[in-house]
Design a protein around this ligand. Structure first.
Ligand code: ADP
Ligand code: MG
Length: 291
């Protein structure tokens, strides 16, 4: 008998951009579709899975390992909404050691104990802080752990900058069997220009937008209840957007190598958009018009 194929997905993005919110809603929507999902938080903040567990924190893999010398993987897996398996890799004590260490340790522990196979998972979704693609944070991309990488980005330059850096990491590791890019999840897209900026960036870097997620007060309300939008507002428009995201990701098969912009190219791109937005604000060009 062949083992069921597990789809492993890594979601990267700048801190505060909406990775955990998007990832938790994606996990919740996939579990509603009948898939068995594990959400693997890889941010030293260890707050990835909160909204899957009524706002409560779980002990991290690294903290548990500090207390006990040998850890059974089951001790660091906690059940969340709809039976989603929640894990937080955790980080070192502030100011000491490599922030990515928790990811390496947790992945090794799970691999060694063959936990993904035992739980017969359909999806493992890694929620990874993407400001720095240092050794630890690159783990889900390197070594063929994840097959597909998605990045959450708004139209803010710093988040595009982080996405471009991630693309450089993917391009680099692609030569040694690393994960490839599925696309960009555009978050907080409300204004016309924000969509245009992200669209322009993806077309210049040979990738695609998998979903446009608006900034929505429903997300804020649900978060205040410690829940995902899928759980607390399942009939909302925003829940439909997250369900559509989950459908696109479930149907996604082929990821590719992105074409990141060089340093000068990225500067020129930013300057171009700065001029364009200024002219739009002054009413000299209409949105969508070339300058
Ligand atoms: P990250 O995991 O990237 O650090 P979070 O997912 O924790 O970011 O999001 C940061 C804040 O932004 C949270 O309070 C979250 O509720 C809010 N947020 C993210 N996406 C949206 C959205 N589409 N609409 C409204 N609020 C959002
Ligand atoms: Mg987060």
């Amino acid at each position: 008998m062949t083992e069921k194929e597990i789809k492993q997905i890594a979601i990267y993005g700048k801190g505060g951009i909406g990775k955990s919110t998007t990832t938790s809603n994606l996990s919740a929507a996939l579990s509603d579709m009948g898939y068995k999902v594990m959400q693997f938080g890889c941010d030293p903040k260890a707050d990835s899975t909160n909204t899957l567990r009524d706002g409560s924190y779980i002990p991290t893999v690294l903290d548990t390992l500090r207390e006990k010398s040998s850890v059974d993987a089951h001790d660091v897996i906690f059940e969340g909404f709809n039976g989603i398996y929640c894990v937080e890799a955790g980080g070192p004590a502030p100011g000491v050691g490599c922030a990515g260490r928790g990811i390496i340790t947790a992945v090794e522990l799970f691999k060694h104990q063959r936990i993904f196979e035992e739980l017969a998972l359909d999806y493992v979704i890694y929620d990874v802080l993407g400001d720095v693609v240092c050794g630890g944070f690159a783990v889900p991309i390197r070594e063929g752990i994840a097959q597909h990488v998605f990045t959450v980005s708004s139209s803010d330059f710093m988040s595009i900058y982080a996405a471009n850096n991630l693309f450089r990491g993917i391009q680099k590791y692609s030569r040694s069997g690393g994960a490839l890019l599925g696309g960009v999840i555009a978050n907080s897209i409300n204004q016309g220009y924000s969509r245009e900026i992200v669209d322009d960036f993806v077309s210049r870097t040979s990738t695609q937008v998998v979903e446009y997620v608006p900034r929505s007060i429903t997300v804020t309300q649900c978060e205040l209840q410690g829940k995902t939008t899928i759980e607390a507002a399942p009939d909302s428009k925003q829940a439909q957007v997250y369900t559509s995201l989950a459908e696109h990701i479930a149907a996604h098969e082929v990821s590719t190598i992105p074409a990141p912009l060089g340093v000068t190219e990225l500067q020129q791109w930013a300057a171009h958009w700065s001029d364009k937005l200024l002219l739009q604000a002054e009413g000299k060009v209409a949105a969508g018009e070339a300058i």
